[in-house]
Ligand binder design. Structure first.
Ligand code: MG
Length: 386
């Protein structure tokens, strides 16, 4: 007699965002494999309530509920409740909260010893050393959902780490790969939000347009795979079919490919590396030929070199890089800084920052706050009012 595989208990943090909704698609497609036991959202009460009803979720929380509205029945509120749900008895905690706001619940899940499937690269960038130390102490595993890092994880499975010579992250180049450089100052948020290949949330879409996203991903790869920065490269690949590749010391290259669809890395992470049937669309390489790869133009996309510099500097520099960028993206969408000012603002924050303690959450949060204040002070007026 065969027994059904026990369902994996899933907690979903950031349930109503782009990754969260796609994680719900995956859970709904495989009800015999996954059970959603906890769900946390930012402020979208109606969407969270719908998820709670659809999946019969035991515990839900809104981190920032609308104070003038009543909470859905049984729904908890606040960051402490979010952290309690993150620490529930689960097989996998999926982190899909945008940006640095994910750090406390991510650490709560890690401290509880869960497998943490994370789409939030910002947490690893701002506190890579802290996150890794806490994961090692609790025996927690960190599984990447970010498509490039999922690709690298897939390429590296079963390989001896010492046989790796280089990791190469691919980047679509975003919507401005061919836009004349002398028009970058006039780029609008609407233009930056139109990504050519991936359908993603607004923060990561603007990061893709500046290529700050790839800069963050270089640092993320450094922490996830213990790879020195000198062995992490970036290639433009406009159609996003090759999601990243690994070069080995014998000359072999292993790449992971697929039609761009985040449900594939989400399902793989939730299922702890097991390949579930029919998750993403079928890919026939003859339909996408020829594949094009280009070097990164450092003048067009200075973000990648800046990230590398912040990563090499280490300590809290990646935290400053991340927080200044988050705040600059907010300023850009509020018309308080131009598109071509985002990366220089982050560079200026890195230059102005002094010292701090990267080994504690308080130290990380203090640096994060300092960088945000720095960018806010430098983007106090709208571009039009200057
Ligand atoms: Mg990515």
């Amino acid at each position: 007699m065969t027994y059904p595989t026990p369902r994996r208990r899933v907690v979903l943090l950031g349930a109503t965002g782009s990754i969260g909704r796609q994680a719900c698609d995956v859970i709904a497609k495989f009800p015999d494999r996954f059970e959603l036991v906890g769900a946390v959202a930012g402020r979208d009460a109606a969407a969270l309530e719908a998820i709670a009803t659809r999946f019969g979720v035991a515990r839900t929380a809104l981190v920032h509920p609308d104070p003038s509205a009543t909470l859905p029945e049984g729904c908890e509120s606040g960051m402490d409740a979010a952290c309690e749900i993150a620490a529930m008895d689960a097989d996998v905690v999926c982190v899909a909260i945008t940006g640095a706001a994910a750090i406390r619940p991510t650490l709560a899940a890690i401290d509880a010893g869960a497998s943490v499937a994370t789409a939030t690269k910002e947490v690893l960038v701002m506190a890579g050393e802290l996150v890794k130390a806490r994961a090692a102490a609790a025996g927690a595993r960190i599984i990447p959902i970010d498509s490039e890092h999922s690709a690298l994880w897939q390429c590296l499975r079963g390989e001896d780490p010492s046989s790796v010579s280089r990791l190469v992250l691919t980047a679509s180049g975003g919507p401005f790969l061919k836009r004349p450089l002398d028009t970058f100052a006039t780029i609008t948020p609407a233009e930056a939000l139109a990504h050519p290949t991936w359908n993603m949330g607004p923060k990561v879409t603007i990061d893709s347009a500046t290529m700050m996203n790839k800069g963050l991903e270089v640092i993320e790869a450094h922490f996830l795979f213990d790879t020195p920065y000198a062995s992490i490269d970036v290639s433009i690949h406009p159609t996003s079919i090759v999601h990243s590749w690994v070069e080995f010391r014998d000359g072999a290259v292993v790449a992971q490919m697929g039609v761009p669809d985040m449900r594939v890395p989400i399902a793989l992470a939730l299922a702890d590396g097991e390949r579930l049937p029919g998750v993403g669309p079928h890919l026939d390489l003859r339909d996408v030929s020829p594949l094009e790869f280009l070097p990164v133009d450092g003048e067009r996309f200075p973000a990648v070199a800046l990230a590398r510099m912040a990563g090499e500097r280490g300590g809290l520099a990646p935290c400053i890089f991340n927080a200044a960028n988050e705040e600059a993206v907010t300023a850009f969408t509020a018309a308080k800084c131009r598109f071509d000012e985002i990366v220089p603002l982050v560079g200026a924050a890195l230059e102005a920052f002094g010292e701090g303690d990267a080994s504690t959450l308080d130290g990380v949060l203090a640096a994060d706050g300092w960088a945000r204040d720095f960018v806010r002070a430098n983007t106090a007026e709208t571009v039009a009012a200057r």
